[in-house]
Ligand binder design. Sequence first.
Ligand SMILES: Cc1cc2nc3c(=O)[nH]c(=O)nc-3n(C[C@H](O)[C@H](O)[C@H](O)COP(=O)(O)OP(=O)(O)OC[C@H]3O[C@@H](n4cnc5c(N)ncnc54)[C@H](O)[C@@H]3O)c2cc1C
Length: 403
Amino acid sequence: MKIPFHDIVICGGGLVGASLALALSHLPLDICLLDPAPQAPAPRADDRTFTIAQGSKRALTTLGAWSRISRQDFQPITEIEVSDRAGRFGFTHLFADELGVDALGFVTGNVALLAALYGALGETGVTLRRGRFGEITRDDKSATVALAAGEKGHQLKCRLLVGADGTHSAVRGACGIDVHRHDYGREAIVSNCRVSAPRPTTAFERFTPDGPIAALPIGDDRYTFVISRPDAPEWQALDEDLFIDRLRATFGDRLGRVLGASPRLRFPLMRQHAREWVAPRVALIGNAAHTLHPVAGQGFNLGLRDVAVLADRLAEAVRAGADYGDLAWLRDYERIRQMDVANTTRFTDGLVRLFAPRLGPVAIARAVALNLVDGVPAVKRMLAVRTMGLKAPLPKLFRGIKP
Ligand SMILES: Cc1cc2nc3c(=O)[nH]c(=O)nc-3n(C[C@H](O)[C@H](O)[C@H](O)COP(=O)(O)OP(=O)(O)OC[C@H]3O[C@@H](n4cnc5c(N)ncnc54)[C@H](O)[C@@H]3O)c2cc1C
């Protein structure tokens, strides 16, 4: 049987893989997006919310995805309040208008984002294929992907395989790429709650001795709480009333009373880096390459920057008539991206460690805001000094141009 051929197979149709498929869809390439469920999730699936930086919003707009998110499904953040739980350092606020921007960032849901990406993908020629990656074999010119057990006999051939299959990437494993991993010994509990005194455009970051708590506005009287805890399984098992009591005792009552809480989701917290991001005929992006603590809301934002840089490199190779799966092109992507990721990881890791001592909330707030407003020229210049990776020109998607 003839093995189906695609120029590029993207393994993993989460936020990052779906974004890359869209970013490449206008190029003269046959793209296949492979995922066990390559579609928008059901509305009550993983309903986490994400902070989206200004630059990421611009990239999503360029991809034709942002305009598909209805106004009630995203919330601009105009103020961030940062404090420790005991108020030892007091409270610090950051305001968008002080920085001369309309919003410090935006909050939107995983479900709304994926629905927007898959809605846009539906209007492209990208092949959406249901299946789970199993193994890879490679020669000089191509890679052959075998689907996992239960899907035997199914193979795909491509010039380049992109691993966008998340923290436990099977593509990374099949290529023998090792990781550095640090386990924070905590998990994040996520719950969407209704509160009695909402401040719909204010986000909160509380640094408590047990770990940080973020409260992100998601419209009307609703907030997503992301609570980092060493005893997360216990918190997840609490009934709603007890959970609300604990939340109030930990977060305080800046948002009034908590009126109701959705069932809690639980996520392990780790910092992980693939030792290499590319191999012959293979590139890793998003969580497959790097996973970090969600305290500063940077994981997807970083993944989108991987997408933009990889798409630029691939587009340039295609236009030059070069072999875009060649390691030399891929190494360029790795080199450009690793500095930004290393700096952001250091910053995020630092935030987790310093919730009590060295840095007060003023510095933390400034740092959080700097990361959120990465699309604003003046602030971006300051950020560039701190993170050398941003000295390079912004990739096209972040300038509003398709690669
Ligand atoms: C609690 C929490 C809050 C967060 N908040 C923010 C935030 O505010 N802002 C932000 O920017 N980031 C945030 N993040 C980080 C963000 O969730 C991730 O960075 C992002 O989802 C990574 O996307 P991804 O597509 O790389 O991986 P994933 O979302 O893990 O997607 C991987 C995809 O690969 C598929 N897959 C897996 N194995 C295979 C296989 N063998 N074959 C084929 N397909 C496969 C899966 O089905 C899935 O669709 C948060 C993370 C957590 C845990």
